[in-house]
Design a protein around this ligand. Sequence first.
Ligand code: GTP
Ligand code: ZN
Length: 215
Amino acid sequence: MTAPGAAGVVPGPEVRLPTAFGDFAARVWTDARTGAEHLSVSAPGADRTAPDPAAPLVRLHSECLTGDVFASYRCDCGEQLEQALGLISLHGGTVLYLRGHEGRGIGLANKLRAYALQEAGADTVEANEQLGLPVDARDYQAAAEILLQMGLDRIRLLTNNPAKRERLEAYGVHVDAMVPSEVPVRAENERYLQTKRDRMNHHLNLLRAHPVQQG
Ligand SMILES: Nc1nc2c(ncn2[C@@H]2O[C@H](COP(=O)(O)OP(=O)(O)OP(=O)(O)O)[C@@H](O)[C@H]2O)c(=O)[nH]1
Ligand SMILES: [Zn+2]
């Protein structure tokens, strides 16, 4: 329990982070409630003193060790992260990398248990249910607090998930628009993405990188 008035998230120093996607400024934010160390990665944007500038682009990226680090094709996370870093390097904005969100909040071990159930036929929703775990246990309070401390109270959110927008807005961050965060579908993640579209209400077109061969 955080004492009344105490900061929920505590910022560390800002450091330079030169990457394959461009030069960013990075900062760790420690959640005083959970100990989770979140990372913001930001690039400067267009002149915000111009009349009616577009709100800054923000990607709230839930940690996915298999996708982000090992480039797993079971999900779309790794490619979404790369796409977001490229866009934000170009247009300015922030990627907020949310620790403790692994497996939609159930953790890595349970995510791999869910994968085993998916290999036995369950979809991504059924697998969590069979484990007796929530389908999506993520909370966005720390994310909202970090954005508000960064002065980002009005943003454009890079996401396909309308529930993410609603949950963030409930904590006081206004989302001007959802900017699609869609990457081409692959044979390995097609069922997974279909389930997100059909059972979790994600806005997905499921476009393929290459047209399906006919005949
Ligand atoms: N429980 C579970 N979690 C998964 C599975 N595949 C990926 N994840 C986790 O899902 C999280 C990403 O959530 P998604 O539902 O893919 O997407 P989102 O963040 O809600 O929406 P976008 O902003 O559009 O990416 C990451 O933490 C992944 O580790 C799975 O099959 N089961
Ligand atoms: Zn993933």
